[in-house]
Design a protein around this ligand. Structure first.
Ligand code: PRP
Length: 183
């Protein structure tokens, strides 16, 4: 466990602990990139980042996948400003890229209840991709019987409210370069 240093980015908010440091994240993201490149030796690969939470992860991850690929984004919302899932998943931006025949890699920052991911996979399947797999930096492993399991997982995350590296609380802290647990 790392002691949390004073950080102006946290706006005076106390964090319980740093759960994953910048170094830990960078190392794991590089490993994930290598693993993804090995899994897709050929075919048209599309990294589809789920905004806003995955903006940083997607940007870092694709730089570690040494093969041709395309990048697009999808926007869905499932949480309000609180710390509890509302269970509603809204599609706010639809990718313009044609998914037909492509290997789609859905890039998520975190799988919490798993609702967002399950709903998105079902929706994207109707676009007739060659395959769809999920890459999540964090997986809380609290969702029961996920119909579409997560193929690439960065870290098995604790069931705490996490912020930083794209994850927010009321839209704040997304730019924090490490992942911390809110007190
Ligand atoms: C968060 C997070 C995941 C989703 C996970 O997104 O980024 O996409 O919730 O929750 P679930 O597994 O319970 O569905 P949010 O809706 O907060 O939007 P954001 O990415 O813009 O922060």
């Amino acid at each position: 466990m790392t002691t949390v240093p004073a950080d102006p980015r946290l706006m005076g908010r106390e964090v319980k602990r740093i759960v994953y440091s910048e170094r830990q994240i960078a190392d794991r993201v590089a490993e994930l990139g290598r693993s993804i490149a090995e899994t897709y030796p050929d075919g048209d690969l599309l990294a589809l980042g789920l905004l806003k939470g995955s903006f940083m992860f997607t940007a870092d991850l694709v730089r570690h996948i040494p093969r041709p690929l395309q990048v697009d984004f999808i926007v869905a919302g499932s949480y309000g400003n609180g710390t509890v899932s509302s269970g509603n998943v809204r599609l706010l931006y639809d990718p313009e890229t044609n998914l037909e025949g492509k290997d789609v890699l859905l890039v998520e920052d975190i799988v919490d209840s798993g609702r967002t991911m399950q709903k998105l996979v079902e929706l994207l399947m109707t676009r007739r991709p060659r395959s769809i797999q999920i890459c999540a930096l964090l997986h809380k492993n609290i969702a029961e019987h996920l119909e579409h399991p997560v193929k690439f997982v960065g870290f098995d995350a604790p069931n705490e409210f996490l912020v930083g590296y794209g994850l927010d609380h009321a839209e704040n802290f997304r730019h924090v370069p490490y992942i911390a647990s809110l007190a």
